[in-house]
Every structure is written in C-alpha cells, then in structure tokens.
Design a protein around this ligand. Sequence first.
Ligand SMILES: Cc1cc2nc3c(=O)[nH]c(=O)nc-3n(C[C@H](O)[C@H](O)[C@H](O)COP(=O)(O)OP(=O)(O)OC[C@H]3O[C@@H](n4cnc5c(N)ncnc54)[C@H](O)[C@@H]3O)c2cc1C
Length: 385
Amino acid sequence: MALFTDFGYTDEQKMMRESLLRLAADTLPPARIRELDREGAWPHEAYQALAKAGWLGLLYPERYGGLDGSYKDLVVLLETLSYHYACLGTTYMTSPIYAGLQVLHNGSEELRRDYLVPMLRGELYFAFALTEPQTGSDAASIKTHARRDGGDYVLNGQKWFITSAHVADWLVVVVKTDPSADPPHRGFSLLFVDARAKGVTIRPIETLGRHTTHTNQIFFDDVRVPARCLLGEENRAWKQLMRGLNLERVAIAACGAGNAQKAVEIASDYARQRVQFGQPISRLQVIAHKLADMRIKAEVARLVTYRTAEMMDAGVDARMETAIAKVVATENDFQCADIGMQVMGGAGYSMEHDMQRLFRDSRLGPIGGGSNEIQRNIIAKLMDL
Ligand SMILES: Cc1cc2nc3c(=O)[nH]c(=O)nc-3n(C[C@H](O)[C@H](O)[C@H](O)COP(=O)(O)OP(=O)(O)OC[C@H]3O[C@@H](n4cnc5c(N)ncnc54)[C@H](O)[C@@H]3O)c2cc1C
C-alpha cells in the first residue's frame, strides 16, 4: 500500500508527490528515522535535500527563488512528507511556513534579501515563538516585552515549547511593545531575533513524541534587537498573526492526513502477516473492521483538508473549514494510531515496531497550533452560538 489516490491532482502535483517520496526514501530510510527518534536528532539530510530541490520555496514568489505554488500544492507536499515521517512535515512547517511567511509578508526588502532568500536555500533556519510558560491558548496574555532604546529594541522574557529553536538561526518572536495597550493584543509586535545573540538561551524540553524536531524553552535577557528587525508595524502584530491562521490550520491538517495513511499501511501489512488460530488476523472480521475504520478516518482527514485548501485557493472565506479540517485530521490521525496499536497487539506497543512512534507523534496534533478545544470555540462562534 502507499498514499491514497492522486485523483484530482494536476500532472505537476502527481510528479511532486512522486519526487518527494523518492527524496524522503533516499534521505530518510526507516532505519534512519528510528535512529533519529531514539537520539532526538534533527533530520538535517532530508531538510537539505528539500532545500536543494527547491521545495522550501513552494509558496513563495519566484522573485525570491520560490515556485508560486497554491495551497493545494502545499497540502500535497505536507501530506507526502508526513506520510513518510511526521517530523519531516514539522521541519518544513516551522521555517518556511510559520516563521518565514511572516518575514515575507511583513519584513523589509532588505530582510527578505539577506535572510529569507538564504532560508529558502536551506542556509538558514527560522523558528516561530509565541507560546510562553503562563500563556498558551490565551495568546493575548503574553508577557515577553521589548522596549525601544536608541536604534534597538531591548527584549526580555521567556518563550516555551518552541519547535526546532535549538537548530534555528533566527527566531520570529511575538513581543509586547505597548504595555498599556487596551486590549493588550493591540500592543504586540513581531521581532526577527538572531538566535545566537547575546542574552538568548535555548534549552530543550522533553516530550512524549516529536523527538527529532523537539521543542524548547527560550530565555531572553536584555537581548538587543536592531529596529530594522521589526516585522511590520509596531503594535500591529495581532493582525499580522491572524492573517496566517487559516494556512497554519490547513497545514497541520495535511500533516495529520499524511501520518494517518501511514498508520493504516503499517497496521494492514501487519494484520495480513500475523497468523493466530491458523489464519491471518486480517481475516477476523473484528480486525478487518478496525482496519476499515482506520481507512475511513484517514480518507475523511484528507478529503476535508483538500477541500479546504481548494476553497482557500479560490479566495473563499475558509475560517470555519480550516478549523474543522484541523480538528478532524488531527483527531482522526491519533485515532488511527490508537486503533492501529490495538490491531497489532503487543507488537504495536513494542519499540520494535513503528506504530508506537506514530502514536506518540500524532498525540500532539489535537494540542498544538491552537488546541482542538480552541478550534471548536472558533467553529461555535462562527455558527453564531
Ligand atoms: C511539541 C510542541 C511543539 C510546539 N511548538 C510551538 C512553536 O513552535 N511555537 C509556539 O509558539 N508554540 C508552540 N507550541 C505551543 C502550543 O501551540 C500550545 O501548547 C497550545 O497552543 C496549547 O497551549 P498550552 O499548552 O499552554 O495549553 P493551555 O492553554 O494551558 O490549555 C490547557 C487545556 O485547556 C484548554 N483550554 C484553554 N483555554 C480554553 C478555552 N477558552 N476553551 C476551551 N478549552 C480551553 C486547552 O484546549 C487544553 O486542553 C508547541 C507545543 C508543543 C507541545
């Protein structure tokens, strides 16, 4: 088995999927993925191969070396990468999508030339820092602040759970620049911060899964940030952040849809081979139904994700659909891994097989990127409840 049908793809999207699958197989064979997961090591080879092939610029304008791709193209790419390995999708989302697009949309031409173009070539890596120890879902309550001092901002505070910050060269950091703003989010700005600047300390946080892209705590202690590194207008960051939300949700959904398909594949292959009571367990109706349920969940995850991307490409307001896609794809992904583990019995629970990794990695989906409770709040609000 492999990824589900490519029905509805353009010829370019079909070629993209084939080429990404080859690239992922060559640079990250299964044994290497297991090794990276065990060691908590970052997938540098695969990321560099993506950069070399030009994929980091998929959503970027040609003038910066990009491919001017569509949202559906991005969904095809992320689904494919995450099907191969969930964390490969995350490495991609973090720098070119979460952090990089803020520089594209809000950075000066000088910042784009000096940092964005090298990032798209794989020479620099960016991470995105919003969450703080006291502030997750309630993002408008962040405390990290920056005050203007001559030609610089002076940055103090802490960020928490910042994916891949330990390998990042630059950080896109959400800070408070007007402490008296009411409501507080009208006083937020975005700063582009050198991850190796004096006063920046980055420490890893141990987590259940996502070991290779792992997540970090960042301390900012009187960090001087040149004023030219302000992204967009001072105190206008909230609006800038809201602009990226639909894309973030559909991107997370695409990763969930890809990972879910891998869970179906692993569990089905195992069930066909595992013999109990004289027959493969896949012939037991109760197991076959579990596998059918996994297939349904994975199919629904990708259908809702593709349709949402198509709506976004058509310029239709898709706030409701992106929230739905994020909930459905991430919950179906985790449920596929959970059912897959049951199908595989003790083997699913053992570290000898990959299902436990899919189970651990997929558990993040309903928590991160705006938890699924927050997505349901958004859906309920848009329903005028
Ligand atoms: C592995 C990992 C990687 C991450 N990477 C990044 C990153 O790169 N950059 C970044 O900025 N952040 C990152 N995050 C942070 C992530 O976005 C937050 O964890 C997430 O937004 C939830 O915030 P919280 O963990 O503080 O939970 P809390 O906000 O404390 O929520 C706890 C629980 O309460 C629920 N809850 C809270 N408020 C409401 C409400 N109003 N209505 C209903 N339920 C509610 C939540 O849904 C959740 O179930 C990452 C997190 C993890 C675990």
